[in-house]
Design a protein around this ligand. Sequence first.
Ligand code: NAD
Length: 529
Amino acid sequence: MNNLKVFGRLQIAKRSYSPLPVDPLLRFKTISQTQKAPKVLITGSLGQLGRGLNSVYKYMYGSECVVMSDIVRLPANATDVSDYNYLDILNQSSIEEIVVNRNIDTIVHFSALLSAVGEQNVPLALQVNCRGVENILQVAAKHKLRVFIPSTIGAFGPTTPRENTPDLTVQCPTTIYGVSKVYAERLGEYFNHRFGVDFRSMRFPGIISATKPGGGTTDYAIQIFYDALQKGKHTCYLRPDTRLPMMYDTDCMASIIQLLSAESETLKRRTYNVTGFSFTPEEIADAIRRVIPSFEIDYDICPTRQAIADSWPMSLDDSEARKDWGWNPEYGLEETVQVMFALLRREEDKPTKITWVYIHSGISIVTSLLGITLGSILLVRTEWHEKLFLYRLTLAYLRRSDPSKYWIVYRIFFGVWIAVHSLHLVTIVLTVIGVHKTNLKLLKPQLFVLVFQIGLFILGISSLFVYSMTGTRVAWLALFVVLFHTLFASTNLYLLAKFHRFLDEKLMILRDILSAQAKSVHFKDDSSF
Ligand SMILES: NC(=O)c1ccc[n+]([C@@H]2O[C@H](COP(=O)([O-])OP(=O)(O)OC[C@H]3O[C@@H](n4cnc5c(N)ncnc54)[C@H](O)[C@@H]3O)[C@@H](O)[C@H]2O)c1
């Protein structure tokens, strides 16, 4: 929620969006104070939009006002779900049973097969999207219900004007999803004028929410955030310049609540366009890159989804909805970008931090390579170590007293020496990759090695200090060398730990944004009710 408050504080010039509220729930509170609680049945309520709407209604009127239904089992952690029932919308008498038994006066009909999934199973899409709508409308006619059935930009087609698409225009979709949605729009309007069913509908663009989407063409706009967080990279199934209209989920929920609570006389039509903002994959990737500079996007075009997207509008004209029932989206691309800028401000000192980590890693790579080379040479050319000052001072004496033991210890020592330096080298390379890819896990091995090294050095320093008490010159020399190494490892550890914390915070902020979206949109946090 705090991040949403940040949105509210940002001073941005807005044309078509109202200023973001400090309290994102205000719109819902206002309506609940002036309108009587409905008794709502939500079908397909475990999908992308259903759980959010359930929570909005619960927030507005308490848990008694919603009956949730779907054909899938409840996920284990579905704490936000209440009064859940199995309901197959292909079974008309089951719908009627719930309507009568639970005294339902409003149906929000979300059950559907979305565009990409629908193309893969046309017979099922016809069943769910057409027969389902017929069943809902017939029950609504019989029991005098208010019905909301969402439509989509998919109800337009390649012959529709693609920019600023108006409410009334050519509707010749080329997908079974689009065809079934045009059917739902027409059938709903027919039931309205023939049987007086209070049918209401909106053509939604792609809805951006923190919940996993259900197989639509605009799903990438959600997946891209998760991929940015989890992998630092997203492979998009649409071309980089594919412009599509989108809407933030809280706005989507508000539009449903607002349209359903509008007085019938104010509605000049039964199906309205609503929209938030439009962008391309390239543009959203640029926005994410302002938070995670190493974020990468590549493209593996899915011909089916690309063809669907190419047949859809790039932007919608929703002026009729604004005029007739006061539709006013609060989240635009500008707001999203402003949040990214807020994050970027914290990002400003990142280049300096990265430079220091790279400089230190560079020096560590050189010292590790020197260590490995030195160890290997002394293992092969054992006579070289006889030239060392240390050898003449102490080792020669040890060698003379027990030669066979001396060579065993000598080989073990340099074997371990090479292994430790090689391991260190690997962890440094991992660190450099981790910094580049913003992957915290890759920084951990070097942090561990550095802590281990410093521990060993401290042990060494203590024993050398005791040894130096004997007045040996070599002890002071060795003490100086170990102290230097300790200092280097410590600064390295400090920088890396600071950078690790810095990145961790950055990722936490992005996670916060996603969970704040989840909370504000889906109100999963029951304690806020
Ligand atoms: N999500 C979007 O971006 C978007 C955009 C425009 C319009 N819409 C419309 O909004 C509505 C909800 O969309 P969503 O994204 O939540 O969809 P979703 O795919 O996430 O959920 C649909 C739900 O319908 C249920 N369902 C399928 N067959 C059923 C049956 N026989 N009986 C009962 N339930 C059944 C599924 O189990 C699923 O939980 C749909 O009508 C969709 O066309 C959504």
